[in-house]
Design a binder for this molecule. Structure first.
Ligand code: MG
Ligand code: MG
Length: 255
């Protein structure tokens, strides 16, 4: 069932979104050459504790995973695109790092992700990250009352295709509200003017993830979580929680 949120509920969701943005900014600040991913999770835990927010990631155990997620952020480096578990790996110069965070405040969830390049960016990586960010912006711009879900999917997918990047519609965006993952799912590719009509109060986490090598396949590590590009090329992933309103899309996960 798709739940539409009232204006008052959107204000409450904004608080969860603000916490997520604060965590991401703080983790991003600490993501330097030599920092261990595990240390970034500690930073995120401290920020969450300071706000009183609950992590929606810690202990999350979806059907596809063999074990509950053990951290409050996902850290996915280079060919890892999604769901990376923050471990002992220390960041190196030029690493492409996706940081994903979810938080719950007063029963409402927020979910967002950024991709940053640690140290000196390689031009190909800078282009990948930039294109993924542009796709997110285009997806958000398409989140308009009177449009359809497929408009968002198409806006995202066409950015990947134009750039020659790989794209897989698994693990795309999703509705969000009382729970982190609600209906509808928002595939990262699709046909315009198709799918569910976009109504005021619909809140979506929109999250393109692109693979630089141009292949559409991925693989999952032994840990059952970390999702990597099938061709070992690098990936980028960005996300915002966005409310559809009469006055246009409202990003709830801005700082
Ligand atoms: Mg996320
Ligand atoms: Mg999400």
């Amino acid at each position: 069932m798709v739940e539409l949120k009232s204006d008052v509920e959107l204000v409450a969701m904004r608080e969860a979104g603000r916490v997520v943005a604060t965590v991401l900014a703080s983790v991003q600040d600490h993501a330097r050459v030599g920092t261990a991913l595990r240390e970034l999770d500690v930073v995120a835990r401290e920020v969450l504790a300071g706000t009183g927010a609950r992590s929606t990631f810690l202990g999350y155990h979806p059907a596809f995973a063999p074990s509950p997620f053990p951290a409050v952020i996902c850290t996915s480096v280079n060919d890892a695109a999604l769901h990376g578990i923050p471990g002992d790996y220390r960041l190196r110069d030029g690493d492409v790092l996706s940081i994903d965070c979810g938080a719950e405040v007063d029963g409402w969830a927020g979910d967002a992700a950024v991709t940053v390049i640690v140290g000196a960016p390689r031009p190909a990586d800078a282009r990948l990250v930039d294109t993924t960010q542009r796709a997110l912006a285009a997806g958000i711009a398409a989140a308009q009352v009177g449009g359809r879900l497929g408009d968002i999917s198409h806006a995202i997918g066409s950015h990947a295709r134009r750039a020659g990047y790989g794209l897989n519609v698994d693990y795309g965006g999703h509705g969000i509200g009382r729970r982190m993952h609600e209906e509808p799912s928002v595939p990262n590719d699709g046909r315009p003017k198709r799918g569910m009509p976009l109504r005021p109060g619909l809140v979506l986490a929109i999250e393109p993830w692109f693979m630089a090598g141009g292949r559409d396949s991925y693989q999952v590590d032994q840990d059952g979580w970390t999702l990597r590009t099938g061709d070992a090329s690098r990936a980028a992933h960005v996300e915002h929680t966005v409310a559809i309103t009469e006055s246009g899309p409202r990003i709830l996960t801005l700082p």
